[in-house]
Design a protein around this ligand. Structure first.
Ligand code: FAD
Ligand code: UDP
Length: 388
């Protein structure tokens, strides 16, 4: 592969890499080469059409697009129209039905009586006081302080044990604050201003972002296999795992991977919802995705449906890393890698894997837009150095 004819090499074609590639080629006319070790573009947000059912499947689990940034929303809408889909999640606990995120409906169902906002507030405050939590610092304390002990035990403890396989007192509190806790009956999953799903699917978005005469794409190519043939002066945007880039010199960071068990079921509707969560420990998976429900506006066949059961486990080196665990023990390791990244000339580390951060799609896009404006543009327009 001739890398000398590229102005910029981008490792990874997920939302971070694709946004940089689009901006660099369309805004500045740069010649960009995008590498991805997978056999497709789009990273974890990729989707494909299941051949047996014709249903669009999110290859790496349901991806719900939501943001409160008008800039990000306007940006993705350049590449596709979006539906008005709003996500809700159902929880099956002890064979009973609840709604997630936790709200007055969840609480009232769990306690078997109607709870008003002030009843709920008093109940949770009493449970938090009984647990002796004053200044929550870790995941468990934060979750109990938001939802009370009874809800924590029913909906969070088991689900989190299955999902993270890490003592919840070692997990960062931010993981649980991703979920709203509401003292209303609002059961939409997200609080953001904008929400929807790409009308033509995620694959079409990435194809549109990356189809440009100045963008060359090489899928099925691992950066580390071709690194030696890239000129040392070539600017690089790296969105792979940061510990891998530095050959694990400061140790292996904790990552979680996911296994999906796919099944085509002989019914038009398997569970009546896009996602059903299973917090109980006697069920080995965390949730079931049924993709047809993501697009009620489409006329999918009525005879069959496709579901994914999601299982979570620690990632070994050969596994695809999905979620940074960021447990207490990982923090020092990441700080060392961050310092190495800052000292690495000509390479920008970005995205979920490159910055070891639990980024949603809109955050990956927003971060890439900033990196383009603050680093890439000044580098090529004014000759400023690229850093970290
Ligand atoms: P990625 O999409 O991970 O892309 C990185 C790319 O780099 C990959 O394609 C990888 O193959 C490639 N790569 C890595 N190493 C190399 C190498 N050495 N050589 C070449 N290529 C390499 N976000 C939401 O907003 N809503 C959701 O509902 C949502 N659900 C999610 C569910 C799951 C199960 C997961 C895992 C994530 C979810 N996300 C969701 C997060 C979303 O996937 C990320 O925000 C987004 O993918 C981040 O984009 P990225 O470009 O940083 O990384
Ligand atoms: N969570 C939980 N029970 C649920 C849903 C979520 O305990 O039914 C916790 C879990 O620890 C999870 C976190 O809340 O990691 C954030 O949930 P989210 O749905 O944002 O996780 P993701 O979709 O990123 O896997």
């Amino acid at each position: 592969m001739d890398f000398a004819s590229s102005d910029l090499i981008i490792v990874g074609s997920g939302f971070f890499g694709a946004t940089i590639a689009d901006r660099a080629a369309r805004e500045m006319g740069l010649r960009v080469c995008v590498l991805d070790r997978r056999d497709h573009i789009g990273g974890n947000a990729w989707s494909h059409i299941d051949p047996a059912t014709g249903i669009e499947v999110h290859t790496y689990g349901s991806h719900l697009f939501h943001t409160s940034s008008k800039d990000v929303w306007d940006y993705v809408n350049r590449f596709s129209g979006f539906s008005t889909y709003r996500h809700r999640v159902i929880v099956r606990h002890k064979d009973r039905f609840f709604t997630m995120p936790m709200n007055l409906g969840t609480l009232s169902s769990l306690f078997g009586r109607f709870l008003s906002p002030s009843d709920a507030k008093a109940l949770i405050a009493a449970e938090v006081a009984a647990a002796g939590i004053v200044n929550p610092t870790n995941f468990e304390e934060k979750a109990i302080s938001l939802a009370g002990r009874t809800m924590y035990d029913a909906f969070i403890k088991g689900y989190t044990a299955k999902q993270w396989q890490t003592d919840p007192r070692q997990l960062p509190a931010e993981i649980i604050t991703r979920l709203p806790m509401r003292l209303t009956f609002d059961d939409f999953y997200f609080n953001d201003t904008y929400e929807g799903l790409p009308l033509d699917g995620y694959a079409a978005i990435f194809e549109r972002m990356l189809t440009h005469p100045n963008i060359r794409i090489a899928t099925g190519v691992d950066y580390f296999d071709v690194r030696a043939s890239i000129p040392p002066s070539a600017p690089i945007v790296y969105t792979g795992p940061i510990d891998r880039y530095f050959d694990y010199r400061a140790g292996v960071l904790g990552w979680r991977t996911i296994d999906f068990e796919s099944e085509v079921v002989p019914v038009g509707d398997y569970q009546g919802a896009s996602v059903v969560n299973y917090p109980d420990m006697d069920v080995p998976f965390t949730r079931i995705h049924e993709f047809r429900h993501l697009h009620p506006e489409r006329s999918y066949q009525a005879e069959r449906s496709i579901i994914f059961r999601e299982y979570s486990r620690f990632a070994e080196r050969a596994d695809e890393p999905y979620y940074p665990i960021n447990a207490t023990a990982d923090k020092a390791g990441y700080d060392s890698y961050r310092a190495m990244a800052d000292a690495e000339p000509g390479v920008i580390f970005g995205g979920r894997l490159g910055t070891y951060r639990y980024l949603d799609m809109h955050q990956a896009i927003g971060a890439a837009m900033k990196v383009f404006e603050n680093q890439i543009r000044p580098h090529f327009a004014e000759g400023r150095g690229l850093k970290g």
